[in-house]
Unconditional design. Structure first.
Length: 93
């Protein structure tokens, strides 16, 4: 799959968000939490498109948190745990 969207670090910077922890909440209530320092800055994106097609609500949209497997501490590289989809709310503390 090819993902397109802004880098998380650029979104946080543009919004003026500052903090050590970030929580992503999906439309279904699922939450994933990370220390900002643990997320690979150049490789963590908020995908808006997959394979050239916009993410839809009811699918994986409006946003899908994506980073390469195994790049975040304590994440099983064989798992997609933490790759929150249907993200509509981001909280930085």
């Amino acid at each position: 799959m090819t993902f397109r969207g802004p880098r998380l670090r650029d979104v946080l910077k543009a919004s003026g968000a500052a903090g050590r922890r970030v929580t992503f909440q999906g439309l279904d209530g699922y939450e994933s939490r990370f220390d900002v320092a643990d997320l690979p800055g150049d490789q963590t994106i908020l995908a808006l498109e997959v394979d050239g097609k916009p993410l839809s609500i009811g699918g994986r949209g409006p946003l899908w948190l994506v980073f390469p497997a195994g790049t975040v501490a304590h994440q099983d590289p064989a798992s997609d745990a933490g790759l929150a989809w249907a993200v509509f709310h981001i909280k930085v503390e």
